[in-house]
Design a protein. Structure first.
Length: 164
């Protein structure tokens, strides 16, 4: 699919990703308050971001986010936090083409701390909010984390704590 941008034709791509968090090891409340949440970030070698990737034919955004999380981290035991979704749009150059990328982000909670990284990543980190915000490379990724964190802070008891 293509869209006109400033007189240029941009190829359109759609991806989906997930902001994953877990309770901190010493969290008494099961991870539902700001001091007890750790967010998962992935090191792509040149930037820190979330698990995300292209939506494949026949997938919806949530299915793509679930698949990408499993492929990139080995995490398949998580629960989507209902009520949170946020899209970002940005442009980049791929060879000689301008690409308009839309990424749908969801929020998910896992009891797992272990991560099995795919070949796409150099490292990972489970970080408290302030450290995660500082580590993220792109402003759009920081904005998604701010919105997710604010959503969780405003929703006491949502999500229900998961068993470790």
């Amino acid at each position: 699919m293509r869209a006109a941008v400033g007189g240029r034709v941009a190829k359109q791509e759609r991806s989906a990703g997930i902001i994953v968090f877990r309770p901190a090891p010493d969290a008494a409340g099961g991870g539902d308050d700001r001091a007890s949440r750790l967010y998962l970030l992935l090191d792509y070698g040149r930037h820190w971001d979330y698990a995300k990737g292209h939506v494949e034919p026949g997938e919806d955004d949530r299915a793509a986010a679930r698949r990408e999380l499993r492929e990139e981290t080995g995490i398949d035991d998580f629960a989507f936090v209902e009520g949170f979704a946020h899209e970002i749009i940005y442009y980049f150059r791929a060879r000689k083409h301008l690409v308009r990328k839309t990424v749908a982000f969801f929020l998910g909670q896992t009891p797992r701390a272990d991560v099995r990284l795919s070949h796409e990543h150099a490292a990972h980190a489970w970080l408290p909010y302030d450290e995660a915000l500082a580590r993220l490379t792109f402003a759009t990724a920081r904005e998604v984390l701010r919105r997710a964190h604010k959503f969780l802070d405003a929703s006491p008891g949502n999500p229900a704590p998961l068993d470790p």
